[in-house]
Design a protein around this ligand. Sequence first.
Ligand SMILES: Nc1ncnc2c1ncn2[C@@H]1O[C@H](COP(=O)(O)OP(=O)(O)OP(=O)(O)O)[C@@H](O)[C@H]1O
Ligand SMILES: [Mg+2]
Length: 372
Amino acid sequence: MMKQNDKYNHFPTKAEDKKSLSVSVKKTASKLTNFINKRRELHVPEDKSLDKIVPGFEDNIVSMRNVKIAYKRGMDERVVVDDFSLDIKRGEIFGLVGESGSGKTTVGRTIMRMIPIKSGEILFNGHRISGKIPRITQRELKSKVQLIFQDPSASLNDRANVDYIISEGIRAFHMYDGEDDRLDKVEKMLQEVGLRPEHLRRYPHEFSGGQRQRIGIARCMIMNPEMVVADEPISALDVSIRAQVLNLIKKFQIEKKMTVLFIAHDLSVVKYISDRIGVIYDGRLVELADANRLFEMPFHPYTKSLLSAVPIPDPREEKNKKIITYDPRMHHYRYDDLPSFYEVEPGHFVRANKAELAKYQKMLAKERRNKK
Ligand SMILES: Nc1ncnc2c1ncn2[C@@H]1O[C@H](COP(=O)(O)OP(=O)(O)OP(=O)(O)O)[C@@H](O)[C@H]1O
Ligand SMILES: [Mg+2]
């Protein structure tokens, strides 16, 4: 055996030399493999690009599977969205409705990778976009999914003029051929959102709230996104101009065949614009259905409470209407009959336990009998 002090006087034998050489070769080889893998990850083959829809995902642009999202605060962690599963169909306007703090913004921003998820999975065109993904895919996603903010005054850089603000995205992604083409694109977009070419040199503070939101929409739409997350885009606006901005979003959705996740905190806003509506309470989806069907046949008591708050055009009826309040304790869920998200009728899902599900099915049977 070699003593500690003999270490430096020891001349390695042939066998020891061979062993140390093989260790260093292995180390170099593993470093090289890591390097090659990293390069491979950066170069995404064409079939891995988000453009190429994975077979089976032709209908759904975004699929969220059992997503859990938590915010960390020091050592503490608070789960704000849990067991969240949702498919957003290609080309639809999906309305996500719920009260303040229910997790709507968190869900929207998670799709854009602005907030990481704790568990579950998010797919875009069938490709996983949650967790660790190649940088090139992140960049692709950044150009394909755009965000319209709630407060246009806070989201626009006050020190940049309209031309600069609208061009920011196409500059970052080199989406034009020369300065003339860029200007042409910006002017066209300005016109499409109802602003004039002379507005190009002005600054956000020189515009009204509605106009600022139009600038925000132009900044988004110039990117030709496949999907837009509109996070309460009209809440901060004057009631008189809300319909105009809603119509503008709807116009782009139809013309460009894009998908919209429209976030709102009351049902009256999403009623006219959405194809389908999801109701979120305390970070969980409680009901999901076609917009008309949700208004016609709501099941979950929280959906009913939201519906009871929708304004009625008739002033007399509006005065006498009863607003239903929702208390989650009313369910009396027991450990042996916990709630799950069930499809009560085709395309209509509700969070319920077995006893509630039976009640909802009876309601449906009654409706069918009445219709006969
Ligand atoms: N950065 C953050 N750090 C810690 N907690 C957060 C953070 N952002 C949001 N939350 C918490 O997560 C929960 C969901 O917030 P989120 O902003 O998604 O709600 P929301 O439905 O969009 O509400 P609102 O209608 O008011 O915009 C809330 O309880 C909120 O307090
Ligand atoms: Mg929000």
